[in-house]
Each structure stands twice: as C-alpha cells, then as structure tokens.
Design a protein around this ligand. Structure first.
Ligand SMILES: CC(C)(COP(=O)(O)OP(=O)(O)OC[C@H]1O[C@@H](n2cnc3c(N)ncnc32)[C@H](O)[C@@H]1OP(=O)(O)O)[C@@H](O)C(=O)NCCC(=O)NCCS
Length: 167
C-alpha cells in the first residue's frame, strides 16, 4: 500500500472510490468531494489516497470547518472500496491524515461517525470538550480529535463547509 496526497488527475478515481464505498443513492459522497474541491474548502495536503498496485482503493479528506467562527478541520468522507475493506486501509488513512493535520498546527479534527470505529484513533465525544453540533446529532457520533495545537479555547457551535449543507 502507498499513501500520498491527491493529485489533480485523481479526481475521477476519488469520486468513484467514495461512491463505491458508501453505495448510497440518496447521498453522493463522490460529489461531496468534488464540491468541497470546487469551493476551495479542501485543506491542501489533507486529501489523501491509498494506492494498491497503482489503483486508488481508499481516500480520506479534511475540509475547512469552524467552531463559533474559529477554524478547525472536519474529517470526511473516508471511504475504502468494498473489495478491500477491513484490511487496514481505512486505519492507515486515518493515522496519516491525523498526523498530517497535527504537523500543520491545526487544533482539532471534528467528525460525525461510528462510535465503535473512531475512538481507536483518539476521537472523543466533542461535547466533552465544549464543541457542540448545530443540531442534535447524538453525543456518541459527534467526535473531536484534539491535536497538539489544541488550547482548549475552541468552544461553541461547529459548522461544516457549505458543500455538506448542499448534500
Ligand atoms: C469505514 C471504512 C473507511 C473503514 O476502512 P477499512 O479499511 O474497512 O477499515 P480497517 O480495515 O482499517 O479497520 C477495520 C476495523 O474497522 C471496523 N469497521 C469497518 N467499517 C466500520 C463501520 N462502518 N462502522 C464501524 N466499524 C467499522 C471493523 O469492524 C474493524 O474493526 P476491528 O479492527 O475491531 O475488527 C470502510 O469500511 C468504508 O469505506 N466503509 C464505507 C464508508 C463509510 O462508512 N465511511 C465512514 C463513515 S463514518
């Protein structure tokens, strides 16, 4: 497996990977990535792909988000093609994107996700650290990963980039 930043010519493969991973006819996660990119909300260096034998098999992205107007990161979507799920690709992408965000001096990564998967990467209920969702998403699924630059001052209401609202 090889992990690297996305390149301009990866856009089609990334869209296909996210669509295959989520297989959700109601919510197009491939288009969400396209929209985030078109809006300029993908954080440079934080859209990562996992290649297997030259093919993109997984992708994760962090986009610009805010907590009461202050900048933080939102993670998602993350997707691995069904034929390669549960073989460690998602975990590798998670570790890589968290380390990259930490190196960029970002304070925190926020996500909505499964409470049995993300705590292993250091995610905790966001409400425990004063970060609240804009609507009731449930305490256990709305999580924050505090990074080295976390100062405890990031408190208030979280907002995703506009592309998420258009989904
Ligand atoms: C979630 C996803 C990115 C994980 O990637 P992966 O490469 O399959 O995961 P890994 O092989 O690194 O890790 C496997 C572990 O994750 C768990 N896991 C995988 N998908 C999960 C899910 N949807 N919910 C909860 N746990 C999940 C497995 O049970 C396994 O746990 P274990 O180590 O305790 O046995 C991948 O399964 C995927 O693309 N799923 C569809 C899209 C999706 O649901 N994205 C996340 C939205 S919150």
């Amino acid at each position: 497996m090889l992990l690297r930043r996305e390149r301009p010519d990866d856009a089609d493969a990334i869209r296909n990977v996210q669509r295959a991973a989520f297989a959700d006819p109601e919510r197009d996660h491939g288009r969400l990535v396209d929209d985030l990119r078109a809006d300029g909300d993908i954080v440079p260096g934080l859209s990562l792909v996992a290649e297997l034998d030259g093919e993109i098999a997984g992708h994760v992205v962090c986009s610009r988000a805010t907590v009461d107007g202050r900048a933080c990161l939102a993670l998602g979507p993350i997707g691995v093609v069904p034929s390669h799920q549960r073989s460690g690709i998602g975990s590798a992408l998670m570790h890589a994107v968290i380390a990259a965000a930490d190196a960029l001096d970002e304070p925190a990564i926020v996500l909505l996700g499964h409470p049995s998967y993300y705590p292993r990467f250091g995610f905790e209920p966001a409400a425990d650290h004063g970060v609240t969702p804009p609507e009731d998403w449930g305490r256990d699924v709305f999580m924050v990963r505090r990074l080295s630059a976390w100062a405890g001052t990031l408190r208030g209401t979280f907002r995703y980039a506009p592309a998420f609202e258009r989904m």
